[in-house]
Design a protein around this ligand. Structure first.
Ligand code: HGY
Ligand code: MN
Ligand code: MN
Ligand code: MN
Length: 416
């Protein structure tokens, strides 16, 4: 357990707070949050900070064609498949100081602590910062981990634009040019195992007074973008029966989807988080309405059956506008590997921390590591389960406990 004991709580917390200063915002009640979208100047600054700390810790840094950033600790057997850990550095626009970034810094702190404890691991350990997990600036999320696992390629996302019309391809190229000094590595890999540390983003661990969640898996997610096209008209003269009103048809579609997604068991999650209308004028009938759909369920059958019913439901509900439905993201429910789950549980027990098995409602890059290698996650509590909100908070003690469990888990996996 040498590495876990060498975790430096204050260094770790100071790094978290230094990252929180990059894109700092204030929530409605003044809480400190973060708005740090992927591939922006703020993201570059955060990556440079991480690269500097990795150098101090004696790790070698490399970047792949999807801008996934890797910090490598060499093992005594450099040819052995590495143990991978990490998460993402990008945040939601109204995000918190822990979602994603804690997992990256926990990986750095855990590996640095293992090295400072003088522990030589058989396997290399790599800490990874995945590109664009959130999908806030460029949809969908998990572009970096999907490119690593090969189910997508970076060029598949090249034409996706952000709100300013900048393409993902251009933003990616610019970021990679800014990191021309960083060693390149090929896309993809075959790790021995992957374990990601992340805040729970739910209320269970806090409510039960527990320190650690041994994550069992992640529910499935499907993202769609719906575009409804009508015709502009004069608000004061066009008869209601003759209008091709994109906003009214969007409302009809969303009301029909609410009926489709009704779920007395409260297991299903259906969210319309983004809406754009045009020409966006009070006295002109809208000819364009675009909205996002984020649909999630732990059962693959429901995800397929209800998800496949989305487009027909929309088409049946709209009155006389044109409809285009694009599926942007389809992540099947992921089940985590007993080898990794048991290693996490042993690490928590060895440290005397309270733990329980827990499923993840949020998606994570770990979902795309499951097809490649034994995969698992470690959760720590966050205050009232709040996330994707500046009020997101985990304490220095909770953060340190999670990182100690990660260090002990990595030590065990890297010795196998
Ligand atoms: O949306 C999610 O589940 C993740 O937090 N990005
Ligand atoms: Mn996250
Ligand atoms: Mn998130
Ligand atoms: Mn994630």
């Amino acid at each position: 357990m040498g590495g876990a004991a060498s975790v430096q709580e204050s260094r770790h917390w100071d790094r978290l707070m230094a990252m929180a200063a990059l894109g700092a915002i204030r929530g409605a009640d003044g809480e400190p949050g973060v708005n740090r979208a992927c591939l922006t100047e703020l993201d570059r600054a955060a990556r440079r900070l991480l690269i500097g700390w990795a150098g101090e810790a004696g790790l070698t840094v490399s970047v792949d064609a999807a801008a996934n950033l890797f910090l490598r600790h060499e093992g005594t057997d450099p040819d052995a498949a590495p143990v991978l850990t990490g998460s993402h550095m990008d945040s939601q626009p109204n995000g918190g100081r822990f979602d994603g970034i804690w997992g990256v810094l926990a990986g750095l702190e855990a590996v640095q602590a293992i090295r400072e404890a003088g522990i030589a691991t058989k396997r290399p350990i790599e800490v990874v910062a995945w590109t664009n997990e959130e999908g806030g600036r460029f949809a969908p999320g998990c572009m970096g981990s999907m490119s690593y696992n090969g189910c997508k390629r970076p060029e598949d996302f090249a034409a996706v634009t952000d709100a300013e019309g900048i393409t993902f391809g251009d933003a990616l190229r610019a970021l990679l040019e800014s990191e021309a000094d960083i060693a390149r590595r090929p896309l993809g890999g075959k790790p021995f195992a992957y374990v990601e540390a992340h805040i729970e983003q739910g209320p269970v661990l806090e409510r039960e007074g527990l320190d650690i969640g041994v994550v069992t898996g992640i529910q499935g997610s499907r993202w769609f973008t719906v575009t409804i096209t009508g015709e502009t008209a004069h608000a004061g003269t066009a008869p209601l029966g003759l209008r091709r009103d994109a906003v009214q048809d969007m409302v009809r579609a969303i009301e029909a989807l609410n009926r489709l997604m009704a779920d007395p068991a409260d297991i299903l999650r259906f969210t319309v988080g983004r809406v754009e209308v045009g020409p966006n004028s009070s006295n002109t009938v809208a000819d364009r309405a675009v909205f996002s759909i984020d649909f999630r369920h732990p059962d693959a059958g429901v995800l397929t059956e209800r998800g496949d019913a989305i487009e027909p439901t929309i088409r049946a509900a709209v009155r006389n506008c044109d409809v285009h439905v694009l599926e942007r993201f389809h992540a099947l429910p992921a089940v985590f590997d007993p080898m990794v789950r048991e290693a996490v549980s042993r690490a928590a027990s060895g440290l005397g921390y309270g733990q329980r098995d827990i499923a993840s409602g949020a998606f994570h890059d770990a979902q795309f590591m499951v097809p490649l290698c034994p995969t698992g996650m470690i959760f720590i509590p966050c205050r009232k389960g709040i996330s994707h909100n500046p009020a997101e908070y985990s304490s220095p003690e909770q953060v340190a406990k999670g990182t100690r469990v990660l260090a002990a888990t990595l030590e065990e996996l890297a010795a196998r």
